[in-house]
Design a protein around this ligand. Structure first.
Ligand code: 1HE
Length: 264
């Protein structure tokens, strides 16, 4: 039997999911996508945030081009592969649990599609982003036209795909592909430590607030303004019923809660 693609563990109430195919630069074959789907369909009880990391020098080299080449898939077969990616990545984005991705090295093609499904992205200085589908004679099929285009804007993504431009960590940061950049190239540990710290902090938020944040914003973006405002009100009304709302508000009222301040 082949080694599993995902290594999973638990750190308190943070689930840690590690892409573990470094010898193939964590390229995603059908089995890998099925493992991602399985994990995010059955997140262990009690997990309140997830850290998505990768073994080796590269986060993810995208679609397994060898599998794709060897299978010489027809149109309908590849449509089904893309739909499997869409299902798995939708569970990451809309599963209700915040996902923090730690990026290093190549975040390309389907690797960028995977990173785009995460809610917070922390990159090390050596991270680079690209959508090389045009040069491979294929097209994005893991959700980039929806998720990555919303991060970058469609015109920017068109330019990136046409020219095969490779963005470095600083450019990716400016464009929103990474929310944080830290460490030095080829030393993913600082980014991983920051990612873990952020995941632990996110895990202290109210569960229903986190659910609303990761489940509703992208969906409301698809709605008309009228529908969006109504959905926002409904979501706020549901979050309001959370078990610890009164406690959290009471802590503020009784001056026991931290104030909002810029970090020193
Ligand atoms: C792979 C893959 C892959 C590496 N599928 N096997 N993605 C790409 O176009 C990116 C293709 N990969 C690369 O450009 C480079 O490999 C990297 C920049 C990511 C890393 O370079 P490097 O020098 O560290 O590694 P390497 O020597 O190129 O690769 C090491 C091994 O990983 C090698 O296999 P080996 O058997 O010769 O050791 C590579 O063949 C293998 N490998 N990347 C399969 N992607 C749903 S649609 C999504 C569409 C896309 O994702 S298009 C983008 C595809």
């Amino acid at each position: 039997m082949s080694e599993p693609f995902l290594l999973t563990s638990v750190d308190g109430n943070v689930g840690i999911v590690t892409l573990n195919r470094p010898h193939k630069r964590n390229a995603l074959d059908e089995a890998a996508v099925a493992e991602l789907d399985d994990y995010f369909s059955h997140v262990p009880a009690g997990i309140r945030a997830i850290l998505l990391t990768a073994e080796g020098e590269h986060f993810c080299a995208g679609l397994d081009l060898k599998e794709h080449h060897d299978q010489a898939r027809g149109a309908v077969e590849f449509l089904k592969v893309c739909q499997a990616w869409h299902r798995a990545f939708d569970k990451i984005q809309h599963g209700g649990i915040p996902v923090v991705a730690c990026l290093q090295g190549a975040v390309v093609g389907g690797g960028l599609e995977l990173a785009s499904a995460a809610h917070v992205r922390v990159a090390d200085q050596g991270t680079f982003f690209s959508l090389p589908e045009g040069t491979r004679g294929i097209f994005t099929g893991g959700g980039a036209t929806v998720r990555t285009a919303r991060i970058l804007s469609s015109p920017r993504m068109v330019e990136m795909m046409l020219t095969g431009r490779v963005l470095d960590a600083a450019e990716g940061h400016t464009l929103g592909l990474a929310h944080y950049v830290c460490g030095t190239p080829k030393t993913p540990e600082p980014a991983r430590q920051l990612g873990l710290a952020l995941a632990r902090k996110i895990a202290t938020n109210a569960v229903l607030s986190n659910y609303a944040i990761v489940s509703s914003l992208s969906r409301i973006a698809d709605m008309s303004a009228t529908d969006g405002l109504f959905a926002e009100g409904l979501m706020a009304a549901v979050v309001q019923t959370g078990a610890d709302v009164q406690q959290r508000l009471g802590d503020f009222v009784n001056k026991k809660a931290p104030k909002v301040r810029l970090a020193a």
